[in-house]
Design a protein around this ligand. Structure first.
Ligand SMILES: Nc1ncnc2c1ncn2[C@@H]1O[C@H](COP(=O)(O)OP(=O)(O)OP(=O)(O)O)[C@@H](O)[C@H]1O
Ligand SMILES: [Mg+2]
Length: 253
């Protein structure tokens, strides 16, 4: 019989463990609530949250990146690397340790923003290097080789505005990977390109993440091309109250 400790050490570590996490947002008398009864994401998993506009995708991703503070938390633990102990994120929010939360994000997470988020006055190379330089990581060939793999090496010395939208999205993906994070969170990374280009960029992105054993959480409207890449889809459903003043999305997975 297999030794229980042996089998435990072989198990993939849980990167995110959330239980009963809620974020409420209210504006002009209309309330939106995102509720996560239970969510577990293990190391190297590729997760997709697919849903209509306004269902709460960005809200969930922002909580996973410690950008948005949950309104209520029963448990929120984060274990970015196998050798680390699980970090009590709930306690950090409670103690308002924003710097620690920011450091965790910078070190372990790459974020591909819904709007790209490239700095217009920096070259493609400097945009991609940003995630490394804020951590004080040395300059090496990481950015160059990522740019090559993403097919944007010839654009490295240009400003983002001179690139096509699809090329800019590749730069944003490169920037999210350049500091070698263990987790990449991508919010609609292919929202502004045609379905053919979207599929190509998404499969490039997932391929790069797979090679590096990176845990990926991606939000998108379009399930069709993501399905083919073998991502695990998070279950969610949205209810609206009869008067239309309250919307709740429940995500489990
Ligand atoms: N700044 C805000 N203040 C108050 N409520 C907000 C704010 N931003 C978003 N919301 C509400 O939160 C809900 C979820 O928004 P969220 O941005 O997470 O949706 P989404 O699924 O990412 O949508 P999209 O696909 O359009 O990006 C929305 O229905 C909106 O009503
Ligand atoms: Mg969004």
């Amino acid at each position: 019989m297999e030794n229980v400790f042996q089998s435990r050490s072989k198990a993939k570590p849980t990167v995110y463990h959330l239980r009963d996490v809620i974020r409420d947002r209210a504006s002009e008398g209309v309330t939106f609530r995102l509720r996560v009864p239970a969510l577990q994401i293990t190391q190297g998993e590729k997760i997709a949250l697919i849903g209509e506009s306004g269902c709460g995708k960005s809200t969930l991703l922002d909580m996973l990146a410690f950008i948005a503070q949950p309104s209520q938390i029963a448990a929120f633990r984060f274990r970015p690397e196998r050798e680390d102990d699980a970090i009590d994120v709930a306690l950090m929010w409670k103690k308002r340790q924003m710097n620690k939360l920011g450091d965790l994000r910078k070190r372990h997470i790459g974020y591909v923003m819904q709007t790209g988020g490239l700095l217009p006055y920096l070259t493609v190379r400097d945009n991609m290097s940003l995630s490394r330089s804020v951590l004080g990581l040395p300059e090496n060939d990481t950015v160059q080789s990522l740019a090559r793999e993403l097919g944007i090496a010839r654009h490295l010395d240009k400003l983002p505005e001179t690139l096509s939208v699809g090329e800019r999205q590749r730069v944003a993906i490169g920037r999210a990977l350049a500091h070698e994070p263990s987790i990449v969170i991508a919010d609609e990374p292919t929202a502004s390109v045609d379905p053919f280009a979207a599929e190509k960029i998404m499969s490039l992105f997932i391929g790069l993440a797979e090679e590096r054993n990176i845990t990926v959480v991606v939000a998108s409207h379009a399930w069709r091309h993501i399905k083919r890449l073998g991502l695990r889809r998070l279950a969610h459903h949205t209810h609206r109250s009869n008067d239309g003043r309250t919307t709740e999305t429940v995500v489990n997975g």
